[in-house]
Write a protein that binds this ligand. Structure first.
Ligand code: SAM
Length: 278
């Protein structure tokens, strides 16, 4: 599992642009496979429409983009937050009009994609961002758009990478996505054998997925109570509060009025729910 160690700096540091750029400057890119991973290559081989809009977030050296180009795809976008890496990618894909290279925080990006390829991006984010990841993915996908790729099916002592398991992911994506595949991956690269899930998740176009800021919760018990109350509202399919209680993503069949959400949590005057600015 040597290739999974990607921390050279203290993991207490925020996993921000400075952190990721430092990894590239120090060439401390233990996650880098040097080639497209076999499961993602196999996935790409099933995509028939070569003009599909395809996003690779946290793309790193973007071997998936190279493979897509070789296969004749014409609408490929790579986003990464690390400027040092982006300079390299701009050289690598110079004169390639079919690949857009964007220096950006994924959560700031706007667009509409048919496919979003997940390859060690989710696991690189602090776990507290997972509900926001679901919200953002839903926002960036076109109707019937899909996230496809790999998630770790194991835990790590220290991250990044941050692991997880199937049940946790099913609960996280429930409602916002239809889970077409979430299976133990049988063709992972050797160092990751038996430790990945292959996922294919289709956007539930009928679902409203909204992100809120939350204030006032200080313990998991209170989080559970608030989540239960919000989940019991008519039309709500799923409620995911993050691990530091500062954000909550609510998935519903119709957008729930903010006043109703506020009333639901008002049994404790410390609790405040506010629509996030986006
Ligand atoms: C573990 S690396 C994986 C890179 C690549 N997908 C691979 O498998 O080789 C995580 C990547 O996500 C990028 N990243 C981290 N946070 C990001 C964010 N908020 N927005 C965009 N990129 C981000 C990092 O710069 C890094 O390139």
């Amino acid at each position: 599992m040597e290739d999974l160690k990607c921390c050279v700096a203290s993991c207490d540091k925020p996993l921000d642009q400075a952190y990721w750029d430092a990894q590239y400057r120090a060439k401390a890119t233990g996650w880098d496979l040097g080639t497209v991973s076999p499961p993602i290559q196999e996935l790409i081989d099933t995509i028939e429409d070569k003009n599909s809009a395809i996003l690779i977030p946290g793309g790193g050296n973007s071997y998936e983009a190279e493979y897509l180009l070789q296969q004749g795809f014409t609408n490929i976008t790579v986003i990464d937050i690390a400027p040092t890496l982006i300079e390299v990618l701009q050289q690598k894909f110079v004169n390639q009009p079919h690949v857009k290279i964007i220096l950006s925080d994924f959560f700031e990006h706007q667009g509409q994609y048919d496919w979003i390829i997940e390859q060690t991006f989710f696991c690189a984010l602090p776990p507290t961002m997972r509900p926001k990841y679901v919200w953002k993915m839903h926002q960036l996908l076109a109707p019937k758009g899909k996230i496809a790729g790999l998630l770790f099916n194991r835990e790590f002592e220290e991250g990044p990478p941050f692991g997880g398991n199937k049940l946790e992911y099913m609960n996280l994506f429930f409602g916002a996505f239809t889970i077409l595949k979430m299976d133990v991956c049988t063709n992972s690269v050797t160092p990751r054998a038996n430790s990945e899930l292959f996922i294919e998740l289709e956007k539930n176009t009928a679902a409203e997925v909204h992100l809120y800021n939350f204030e006032g919760i200080t313990c998991s018990g209170c989080k559970a109570t608030v989540s239960e109350k919000l989940t019991s509202l008519d039309t709500v399919l799923n409620v995911n509060m993050n691990s530091n209680f500062s954000e909550v993503v609510i998935t519903s069949t119709e957008e729930v009025a903010l006043k109703k959400l506020q009333d639901t949590v008002s049994y404790d005057e410390k609790y405040k729910i506010i629509k996030a600015n986006y």
